[in-house]
Design a protein around this ligand. Sequence first.
Ligand code: AMP
Ligand code: ZN
Length: 467
Amino acid sequence: MEIYNTLSKKVENFKALKEGLVTMYTCGPTVYNYVHIGNLRTFIFYDMVKRAFKFNDYKVKHVMNITDVDDKTIKGAIESRVSLKEYTELYTKYFMEDLEKLNVDMDIKFTKATDNIDEMQKIIAKLLKEGYAYEAEDGIYFSVSKFKDYGKLSGMKVNGDYSRIKTDEYDKDNAADFALWKYWDTNDGKVHWEGKLKKGRPGWHIECSAMSMKYLGKTIDIHCGAVDLIFPHHENEIAQSESYSKQKFVDYWLHGEHLLVNNQKMSKSLNNFYTLRDLEKQGFNPLSFRLMVIDSHYRNKLDFNFENLRKYEKLLGKIDLSIKALNKTKKYDEKEDSYSRIQTKQKVDNELQAFKEAVNNDLNTHEALQHFLSLLDLADEKTEKGKIDNKEFSALSNAISKMNGFLGVYIDYEIPQEMIALAEEREKKRKDKDFVAADLLRQRISENGYFIADLPNTFVITKKYLD
Ligand code: AMP
Ligand code: ZN
């Protein structure tokens, strides 16, 4: 597999630390509000990275943190007059629901920052002892000038003239000594820990270093985030982790580009964001957003608008219909290898091969999707003929499932018995040429959120999509 590494700024051939296994850490959400679809673009990107390795038969150990203590969560909890735990658990729940709706592979070890405070303290204490960190009146800081490789990821230089910074997110143009541990003050309310260190709480950057090393080891294969995390977050993670472990922290750094609105980054602070719930309220299926994301390359910016999303909603409907129709098409056995059978098998092999090459070419999901759609076109041709040879069907159907195992854009679902009964009744009316009654039944099915399509000898029901 070839993958772009932010550390070397090159597309590299991927080599795992341990054959057949990928250790992967992805920076998770700060659970102080609903995540927006910009954040979700990044979480879909993580999912595609993991699925790409699974597609190549790697086992993947994937850890994602839940940042449930930082400047923003504490502020939110205090303003809402609930405990930090209550506050963050609510948004964690919503976050998980969003991931499920987007068909994210949940084979993830989630871990909360507040469950790993001891580990963070242990690292900070050692950094203090070895002189990489120092104590100031309001906390413990990492001294960036002590780490000679500072800047190796982002290109940021330490010029000796740097300040000290307590907030987690800071000026993108300057290196600064950053807080590892913040001593308690009244702004933090009831949030504080003691133990190895004086009463206080961790800075954001140390959280990821501690969880990555604790659950995956001191050196791991892959660490992912969106591009805004390169500096300072990831640069700081490298500095503190490598100073602590004296080992390389991460082999491959992968960063996804932003989701934009009118050419500006979608963000809470600009108030130009939508949540997945906003899209659902307008009638969109969440998977249409997934489809939109994977149709663009993760290293390109993606401008969001509803007109474009509508295109993907339509495409989603087409995918659903093609797959269901293929499954419902009458099967028969050709006695021997016919021209059609040979042709189908060849086409399936070619498309699968091209699909795999696209996946392995730095996650070219756009191109992979085209090969998937090309097989669906072939499925449509067969469906229109009204019958398909069993061997051709299995070849097609297996390849479609395999591709979907990577893309994750089709999820099977049950059609309620009641809808099937209505559809059968409609079919009867049609045969009796009672078209008025048939149309009324179609309308009833539609009012219930389903869609009925006619095939040569039968019909197929799918969910209804926006058109
Ligand atoms: P946060 O909850 O703010 O820590 O963000 C969670 C993840 O979403 C981080 O990796 C952010 O960099 C990423 N992110 C934030 N805004 C966007 C955006 N507009 N497009 C893509 N990713 C984003
Ligand atoms: Zn992180």
